[in-house]
Ligand binder design. Structure first.
Ligand SMILES: [Zn+2]
Length: 325
């Protein structure tokens, strides 16, 4: 059975619970009819493997409407404790994720893991402060996030608007992963591994050994165009390595709830290789950055959502890196 069909089945099981809960709430108060559907029914999560839950974010940039819900966030439930993997892009959506966890289990939330520094993955951290978890990340995450904090806060305040920005704070990791770290949730362990500079310089992958689920964070984009904030050369090398990994399923940072190796990586490899190939050729021909931003990688234009939003930035970053080869 393919992963998508399997996760569809789990999704149906979950949404039946959601439906019952929503029906009970509606019966309790007609006032709830006025509340947006998302708030009344709780945040959608799918159980993609036993004890592994994924919320799928929207393929959008942050806005008052999506309130920073534009990346995937997951949680893994052990017999003793829960680990959260990424917390969405605002305290408001972080709290909804926390409610979704509480609808599944009352076990303590002991770890909040961030796959990397980007706001759509870390700005919900504040919602978990009351659980007093260890905040876990790549050893370069603290520096990366701290140096960009003011800029990230200013941009997100502007794009999210005051209501969705409420409660956001920068929470740096309290537990740094040097190369790898194993977390015991009771009956299952998570293996956290730092990766070489690729999407960013602080990408962390997580493997749930009980189910063979590999969380790739933004090392894997699907549907949503990849965004480059690290090294295009490093990312391409890393993707080759990841493609040979054995995993029952992978969870992208942006994309469906669950996917399979190696096919999941192929569109992203093709996209990054198109940019790298075109930019290298243009540099060799003595062309400028401006030439590159209007032509490089445009064969990929129709294959991705948000291409017009991020592609030129990706080419610009790739040009700056590759002109020094
Ligand atoms: Zn990212």
């Amino acid at each position: 059975m393919d992963g998508e069909r399997k996760s569809e089945r789990f999704r149906r099981a979950i949404s039946r619970q959601d439906f019952l809960r929503a029906a009970l709430m509606l019966a309790a108060s007609h006032l709830l009819r006025c509340v947006p559907a998302q708030a009344a029914e709780g945040m959608e999560v799918s159980e993609v493997a036993p004890g592994v839950f994924v919320h799928q974010g929207r393929y959008e940039v942050q806005s008052p409407q999506n309130r920073g819900d534009m990346a995937n966030a997951s949680f893994v439930v052990g017999s003793d404790a829960v680990a959260v993997i990424d917390t969405l892009g605002s305290a408001v959506t972080g709290r909804e994720l926390r409610s979704a966890i509480r609808a599944v289990t009352d076990k303590p939330i002991r770890y909040v893991i961030n796959t990397h520094m980007h706001p759509d993955h870390v700005f919900g951290n504040a919602a978990f402060k009351e659980d007093n978890p260890a905040f876990v990340g790549h050893f370069k995450l603290a520096r990366g996030l701290a140096t960009r904090a003011d800029r990230y806060l200013a941009i997100n305040k502007q794009m999210l608007g005051d209501d969705a920005f409420e409660g956001i704070e920068i929470i740096l990791p309290t537990l740094a992963v040097e190369t790898s770290l194993t977390l015991d949730l009771g009956g299952r362990t998570l293996v956290l591994e730092t990766q070489q500079t690729a999407h960013t310089d602080n990408d962390l992958t997580i493997t749930d050994t009980a189910t063979g689920t590999l969380f790739l964070g933004d090392l894997l984009f699907s549907v949503h165009v990849p965004t480059l904030d690290g090294s295009i050369r490093g990312w391409l090398v890393l993707l080759d390595r990841l493609a040979s990994k054995k995993a029952a399923r992978v969870i992208p940072g942006h994309g469906p709830h669950a996917m399979e190796l190696p096919e999941a990586l192929e569109p992203e490899q093709r996209y990054l290789a198109a940019i790298a190939g075109d930019v290298r050729r243009l540099i060799k021909e003595g062309k400028t950055l401006e030439d590159a931003t209007t032509t490089a990688g445009f064969s990929e234009r129709d294959s991705w959502k948000l291409f017009e939003h991020y592609h030129v930035r990706n080419v610009t970053a790739a040009f700056a890196e590759l002109e020094w080869e």
